[in-house]
Ligand binder design. Structure first.
Ligand SMILES: [Zn+2]
Length: 114
């Protein structure tokens, strides 16, 4: 599988009325039904394939899940750790972390020229 070096992709927040068109764009997921607390994020795969993924953050008082992803609370330039993987149909598309508003990771692009 071709492997590219570390790549930085800006995480751009989009609103409900905007369309998902930019790799790495995201929207906050809010607690239902109050809509008050941010409980995770939906994002477009940073690799550019157009598939969407979801991250649920670890929350206080909740049984830890694996992996337990933590958000630093910064809405403009979010950091989420530890590293996680975006998998589509058994293929790893992207693996890395979200740090200060940038997706930083190693991309795996099956269609990339060698
Ligand atoms: Zn992808």
């Amino acid at each position: 599988m071709p492997k590219r070096p570390l790549k930085h992709i800006p995480a751009v927040e989009i609103t409900d009325t905007q369309t998902w068109d930019q790799p790495g764009s995201f929207r906050w997921l809010r607690e239902w039904p109050t809509g008050e607390d941010i409980v995770g994020m939906g994002y477009l795969c940073p690799c550019g394939c157009g598939t969407a993924g979801e991250i649920r953050f670890a929350r206080l008082g909740e049984v830890p899940r694996s992996p337990t992803l933590k958000w630093d609370g910064n809405r403009e330039h979010p950091t989420i750790a530890p590293a996680f993987t975006h998998v589509v149909a058994g293929q790893t598309h992207w693996c890395g972390i979200l740090q200060r508003g940038e997706w930083i990771g190693v991309t795996y692009d099956l269609n990339a020229p060698p």
